[in-house]
Design a protein around this ligand. Structure first.
Ligand code: C2E
Ligand code: MG
Ligand code: MG
Ligand code: MG
Length: 289
């Protein structure tokens, strides 16, 4: 009987595994097609300076409009794109499109010439020896100034077997004049060694810190310590996931440089960004009026 039960269990397990493998394979196939069929688009989330209360730029966030399943969030397909290598062509498309779009807004609204476009990079992209060359070509092709591009990398993206390669590639990227951010700061193991080994301009404080600030003064002390440390190293801090006025007030007390989150704006479709720019910079509207 035990044997029969064991077999039954094995079969259940096997069926589940099979179904999962099948679903994965299907996702992989449709991801491949999605690239060819241009099913991806970008949303843009404003990043706000806490000293001026104005936008300083946007973060480009990829979305997939699946023909049957609707909008699929990056958390559900970026890992598969990474495992299959599809992140390389997808990542190139994201970079190209984000730079093109930023340049277009700058031409439409000259006030946007001082704004930056942040783009997320996966670890696989950071192991391409020619990454800096690709970025340089995209900047030249779109006409976007290098200082307007900010690339977001995570600690896991940097801390891999290719650490030395990543360091070389980041140095080449910095030489182009592009800015670098360390994304999801504080969620990994070696965040502190990261900020001293890599030429980082901005730390993006993970939203778990921002969420927990109100719970205990200890959490606020941690954020204060990170901001102080960053300042002493000449690195800026952007708080991620700011959802409430209270969180914003606390971050202002801590002299955090910038913030991003639903409190200011959700990631926006490109058409909505134009309205956002007009609201954020009323002076440009007056000029046209
Ligand atoms: P991330 O780079 O840390 O991006 C921030 C994520 O937090 C975004 O999720 C954004 O929509 C969400 N967010 C912003 N404000 C708030 C808030 O106030 N509350 C909450 N709860 N969430 C907020 P999204 O767009 O689903 O992207 C998730 C992750 O997927 C990104 O995290 C990034 O790691 C990855 N990703 C997105 N687009 C790309 C891309 O083009 N390339 C690569 N390699 N990764 C991407
Ligand atoms: Mg990011
Ligand atoms: Mg992040
Ligand atoms: Mg993240």
């Amino acid at each position: 009987r035990a044997k029969a039960l064991g077999k039954a269990r094995y079969e259940v397990f096997d069926t589940t595994m099979h179904a999962q493998a099948q679903a994965r394979l299907q996702l992989e196939t449709s991801l491949r097609q999605a690239l060819e069929r241009s099913e991806f688009h970008l949303n843009y989330q404003p990043i706000i300076s806490l000293s001026t209360n104005k936008g300083i730029g946007f973060e480009a966030l990829v979305r997939w409009r699946h023909p049957d399943r609707g909008i699929i969030s990056p958390a559900d397909f970026i890992p598969v794109a990474e495992e299959t290598g599809l992140i390389i062509p997808l990542g190139q498309w994201v970079l190209q499109e984000a730079c093109r779009q930023m340049k277009a807004w700058q031409e439409q609204f000259p006030i946007c010439r001082s704004l930056t476009m942040s783009v997320n990079l996966s670890r696989q992209q950071l192991s391409q020896p020619d990454l800096a060359g690709q970025i340089d070509r995209i900047l030249k092709g779109t006409g976007l100034s290098a200082s307007c591009l900010n690339l977001e990398v995570t600690e896991t993206g940097l801390m891999n077997e290719h650490e030395e390669t990543a360091a070389t590639i980041l140095a080449e990227i910095k030489e182009l004049g592009v800015q670098l951010s360390l994304d999801d700061f504080g969620t990994g193991y070696s965040s502190l060694s990261c900020i001293h080994s890599f030429p980082i301009d901005t730390l993006k404080l993970d939203r778990s810190f921002v969420n927990n600030m109100h719970i205990a003064s200890k959490n606020m002390d941690i954020v204060r310590a990170i901001v102080t440390l960053a300042r002493s190293l000449g690195i800026k801090v952007t708080a991620e996931g700011v959802e409430t006025a209270k969180q914003l007030a606390q971050l202002q007390i801590l002299k955090c440089d910038c913030a991003q989150g639903y409190f200011f704006s959700k990631p926006l479709a490109p058409e909505a960004v134009t309205d956002w720019i007009a609201r954020n910079f009323p002076e440009i509207v007056r000029k046209f009026a």
